[in-house]
Design a binder for this molecule. Structure first.
Ligand code: ZN
Length: 133
């Protein structure tokens, strides 16, 4: 894995959280994107080489809606950049990690993504991301 690509934060209200994080980080949101397949609306802020992804549920059965109902707003996942997501998924599987999908999915911000189950990763939801060239 190359680096932390972004940290995902679950928020109840993307507009309110967006202006809060713009103030906090003293920068502006550079992209807002609907990821209908995951039931989320996302907003991205860039901090040096890293990003913050704000996630708001766009459907009642969205994983973000469930997360907020259970734990409230806050850090949802950590995403690591990889060069070859398929190879990295195979490596993690062989190490005993549980992946949430068998194939990479198309995620926000022009990425292929795959999540690692938090129960197999010390309680942290881990996302692998590979830039789509
Ligand atoms: Zn993410």
């Amino acid at each position: 894995m190359n680096k932390i690509e972004h940290i995902g934060i679950a928020v109840a209200d993307l507009k309110a959280a967006g202006s809060l994080y713009e103030k906090l980080l003293n920068t502006t949101i550079y992209k807002i994107e609907d990821v209908a397949s995951e039931g989320v609306k996302t907003a991205f802020l860039q901090i040096g080489p890293n990003k913050i992804e704000l996630l708001e549920a766009s459907a009642d059965d969205s994983p973000i809606a469930k997360f907020i109902a259970k734990k409230g707003e806050g850090i949802h996942h950590i995403a690591f950049e990889v060069d070859n997501i398929v190879a990295e998924m195979a490596r993690l599987k062989s190490e005993g990690f549980v992946l949430l999908s068998d194939e990479p999915k198309r995620g926000a911000d022009n990425k292929l993504v795959c999540f690692v189950h938090p129960k197999s990763a010390g309680g942290v939801l881990v996302e692998l991301v590979q830039e789509i060239g």
